[in-house]
Write a protein of this length. Structure first.
Length: 217
């Protein structure tokens, strides 16, 4: 756990569906936050056996997102922590860099630590969000951004964010690049488990983008 207002994507426990205890948050928003947090968690580091077991228990419906979740659960069932760690390292760490660079700055400008990161840090300060001391990744990495979004939905950094504030954060920091990243993750040559993570993320980003678009009309 981190102090109120801090963000980190290194929790060892996957969120359970409906696990948020914030009474004033609607059930559907808690479910959204749970999925944001789950994706942030599984993208923050190699999945442990506990995370794989929890992922195996996920079930989906006949929607694109539901089918992607069901596929991820099937892959998680036959995955081992050692192979997932090798996969994660090949994708995101490598011998100098991994196959993918999961940062907003890189996807939007082609370079790390650029204007998107500075803009994010300003918006984090306004919302009272700070990076936890034990986290050294730039804040614009996909795992932290998804965790921030989940926290805003349920009020982890104060009162739950209004729909317009959620939409502003999503449209500014996540929507411009996350779907592209998840498509790249799904197609990456080193992706096995993370190909299914990419499919879930891509489907979820499409739903969120459309929901926020409709709410702005």
């Amino acid at each position: 756990m981190t102090p109120e207002g801090q963000t980190t994507a290194t929790s060892e426990t996957a969120p359970e569906i409906g696990s948020t205890s914030t009474a004033q948050v609607a059930v559907e928003d808690r479910l959204r936050a749970d999925l944001y947090n789950f994706l942030g968690l599984i993208l923050s580091g190699p999945a442990s056996q506990m995370i794989l077991d929890q992922t195996t228990d996920l079930t989906g419906d006949d929607t694109d997102l539901g089918q992607a979740i069901s596929s991820l659960a099937r892959v998680a069932k036959v995955s081992k922590p050692a192979s997932v760690e090798s996969e994660f390292n090949a994708l995101f760490i490598g011998l100098g860099r991994g196959e993918l660079l999961p940062y907003a700055s890189y996807y939007l400008t082609g370079f790390l630590n650029e204007k998107p990161l500075a803009t994010l840090r300003r918006d984090m300060a306004v919302r009272g969000i700070t990076r936890a001391q034990n986290v050294y990744e730039p804040e614009d990495n996909i795992a932290s951004l998804l965790e921030m979004m989940g926290g805003l939905v349920v009020g982890r950094f104060g009162a739950p964010a209004t729909l317009s504030d959620q939409r502003e954060f999503f449209n500014k920091h996540i929507s411009p690049w996350a779907a592209h990243f998840f498509s790249d993750l799904e197609a990456a040559k080193n992706s096995v488990l993370y190909a299914s993570v990419g499919a879930v993320g891509k489907a979820f980003m499409a739903i969120e983008a459309e929901s926020f678009r409709m709410s702005a009309e």
